[in-house]
Design a protein around this ligand. Structure first.
Ligand code: ADP
Ligand code: MG
Length: 723
């Protein structure tokens, strides 16, 4: 048995438990050993029964004198009571609804009991204690209250610091302890450590075997922390190695060279109705410089909502087309793909460029021939033309990476809101192309999610960064206000005023339908109460604004319908659009000036900031009104942060601080354990691990000296693959 042994081969894990574990993503011995406790109980202090104190957690060792269960039928309750004695005295232990204990614990058994001591009607007793029978005969005889230290490891559930695991999927900590402990014992002396010895020494880390032992069954809480610090380091180090290696691998490839075509770029820039901002210029410059090199660009263009990334992408695309190559432009949703299609068509209207639009569900596709307006063509034709290089830019959703889609001569892949795209995927877009060029396309990835520096350095560490940290001039600051329930009437009047002025309004609700939550689950988060789009639409269109045109948009609507609504809103046929978060990314409606958000506590800061970015895209003063149904401090803190700051980066850092990184785009995909999630906030640790990874890779780029490490990194790569 080794760490990669599947859980099916671990003794005592039957099919039911196998299924439960798999639901948690636990498939191998390694996975189960890396299922860490989230806290500990300290039962290491064994005390004589005579010394137990009310309201304290105590652990005692004694002999069972008597045990019996009584049933209280009326209350559907059973109470099991045992009398336990040691040399100093006796005490009662009680358990509710565990009648089987009578079969497990018998009179004259010696056992440890750990739990809280309470004083009730019937006097002092141990309430619902964790028990552990003692099988060793020497211990039987002693019945001493002090245990010789050598016996410490005999205990799993009591008489030591015990691990408490997150009890999801009805996996009890007790069960996990009984499975994990024998595994740890089996590996205690024979576990190869993937972390290079030099790093281990420099940082005084525990070895893998020691650290695993101490994280599950620590000698003391400091050792548990010490073990955790090793694992945090290790995971971040692995991420850094992974991204560092990805960077290296990309650099080993050739890429199409596109000389900076000053004339074409000038012409495009001069045709714009506005002046580019400095960061737009700088980013475009960095991108153009990258594409001049015979090495593939791997760049993330990061800029707040409305900062004008699309035009920068269009400049890059134009330059690449002028060098004789094609562009694949991928957007996360169909609505956004269509929007890009139109925007790019307008931006590049003065050039002889053909643009295709390919989306997922529909079988109809449109090709945009210049001056010929938009024409629909079949998918077959579209693919043919893409292959024959008659289409210069193919815009679409994920459908773009389907096998049938082949480019004649792809030079650049542009991704909107999708950060990672590996060498393989890029190579695949090229495969079977008519000209068998031995290169992979450049990559420009765009995001409006301000990625905190720590995340940018770690999980996006393989990407170079261009930053648009300034909004186009002339934009007014969006006025953001958190509105109390009493302010609702006034807010509606405010909306009406703006519509009368000719502007448009978004109303965002957290869910589609109101009422019960599905699956009859207990609704601890109160989702049943959350404002629903359908209900709000009814209310606004019938009661509040019967004279205005209200539209509704949510994810369950048919695509055609969604598009019609978006078109109507864009053309001003709808005054107020009630929507779920589907309008979150990228939608550009400059005439919309009020963003009203219901149930704001249910969205992350980054997401709220995205919503807010839907307005404030024109010369008109814009507003963001926040309504919430919760008045917790956490909500208040978050809404306050939003009201006070318009800087996406600042908000992202705040969100990281208040909520933790679990909600950041990308982190989930990486399957990063909670332990490491926390250290994703620790910039010093991140820099240290990056440096360590860099040193290793410089010395041994293919990790030949570190086969175990290599194996880990490759597994990791598989886990986070884009498909
Ligand atoms: P995002 O970065 O969120 O994708 P967009 O590219 O959609 O932003 O641009 C938002 C709006 O700003 C668009 O209407 C675009 O025409 C406009 N825009 C872009 N750059 C500038 C600029 N330098 N000055 C004024 N308006 C600009
Ligand atoms: Mg955009």
């Amino acid at each position: 048995m080794d760490l990669s042994t599947p859980i099916e081969q671990i003794p005592r894990i039957g099919p039911v438990y196998q299924r439960k574990l798999k639901k948690l993503g636990v498939k191998t011995v390694r996975d189960i050993l890396f299922h860490f406790p989230h806290r500990y109980e300290d039962f290491s202090n064994l005390i004589p029964i005579a010394e137990v104190k009310t309201d304290e957690t105590s652990c005692i060792l004694g002999k069972i004198l008597d045990i019996k269960t009584t049933r209280i039928w009326k209350r559907k309750l059973s109470v099991t009571e045992a009398i336990i004695e040691d040399k100093t005295g006796a005490i009662k232990a009680t358990w509710f609804n565990q009648p089987y204990l009578e079969k497990v614990l018998k009179p004259s058994d010696i056992a440890c009991f750990a739990g809280k001591v309470l004083t009730g009607k019937k006097g002092i007793h141990l309430s619902n204690p964790i028990y552990e029978k003692i099988l060793k005969s020497e211990l039987h005889q002693s019945s001493e209250s002090k245990l010789p230290a050598i016996y410490k490891d005999e205990f799993t559930h009591t008489a030591r610091i015990i691990p408490v695991y997150p009890e999801t999927e009805r996996l009890s900590s007790r069960w996990l302890r009984t499975i994990i402990k024998p595994l740890l014992l089996a590996f205690k002396s024979s576990l190869d450590d993937p972390l290079p010895e030099k790093i281990r020494k420099e940082n005084q880390f525990l070895s893998l075997a020691q650290a695993l032992w101490q994280v599950h069954f620590p000698d003391n809480l400091e050792s548990a922390e010490k073990a955790k610090s090793r694992f945090s380091f290790e995971e971040l180090f692995n991420i850094s190695l992974f991204t560092g290696r990805a960077r290296m691998r990309i650099a080993l490839n050739k890429a199409p060279v596109a000389p900076f075509n000053i004339q074409a770029v000038q012409k495009l820039v001069n045709s714009l109705p506005y002046k580019l901002t400095d960061p737009q210029r700088k980013s475009a410059w960095q991108i153009l410089k990258d594409m001049e090199k015979p090495r593939p660009m791997n760049r993330l263009l990061e800029g707040d909502v409305g900062s004008g990334k699309t035009v920068v992408a269009a400049i890059a695309a134009l330059n690449m087309i002028k060098a004789g190559y094609q562009i694949a432009f991928m957007a996360p949703t169909e609505i956004l793909a269509k929007q890009h299609f139109r925007t790019v068509a307008v931006l590049l209207q003065n050039f002889k460029i053909n643009i295709g639009l390919l989306t997922g569900k529909e079988d109809k596709f449109i090709s945009w021939k210049l001056k010929n307006d938009t024409v629909e063509i079949s998918r077959k034709k579209l693919l043919e033309r893409t292959m024959k290089e008659e289409i210069n830019i193919l815009i679409g959703t994920h459908a773009l990476i389907q096998k049938q889609v082949k480019f004649g001569n792809l030079g650049l892949v542009i991704l909107d809101e999708q950060h990672r795209f590996g060498v393989e995927q890029r190579a695949r877009l090229q495969k079977n192309s008519l000209k068998q060029i031995k290169s992979i396309p450049h990559l420009l990835s765009m995001t409006a999610t301000p990625i905190p520096r720590t995340l940018a350095l770690t999980i996006y560490g393989d990407l170079d960064l261009s930053l648009i940290d300034e909004l186009p001039k002339g934009r007014k600051k969006i006025i953001t206000k958190a509105i109390s329930p009493e302010g609702r009437k006034k807010a509606y009047a405010f909306l009406k005023k703006h519509v009368k002025l000719g502007r448009q309004v978004f109303v965002i609700c957290p869910r589609i339908e109101s009422g019960k939550t599905s699956e009859n689950k207990p609704d601890a988060l109160g989702w049943a109460e959350a404002k629903a789009v359908k209900e709000e639409y009814e209310k606004l269109s019938k009661q509040i604004f019967p004279d205005l045109k209200i539209g509704m948009l949510h994810g369950k609507m048919a695509l055609k319908e969604k598009e019609r609504i978006m078109r109507d809103f864009k053309n001003g046929k709808i005054n107020i659009l009630v929507s779920t978060s589907v309008i979150e990314v990228g939608i550009d409606i400059p005439n919309a000036t009020v963003m009203m958000i219901e149930g704001a506590e249910r969205f992350g800061l980054a997401q709220l900031h995205q919503f807010r970015g839907r307005v404030g895209r024109s010369k008109y003063q814009s507003y963001c009104l926040l309504f919430s149904e919760s008045d917790t401090i956490k909500t208040a803190r978050r809404l306050k942060a939003l009201v006070e700051s318009e800087d996406g980066f600042e908000l992202a850092e705040k969100d990281l601080e208040i909520r933790g990184p679990g909600d950041f785009q990308g982190t989930r995909q990486w399957g990063i354990p909670d332990l490491v999630m926390n250290s994703l906030k620790d910039i010093r640790l991140i820099e240290k691990t990056r440096q360590a990874a860099k040193e290793i890779l410089e010395d041994d780029p293919y990790l030949k000296k570190y086969p175990l490490l290599k194996e880990r990194i490759e597994e990791f790569g598989e886990k986070i693959h884009l498909e």
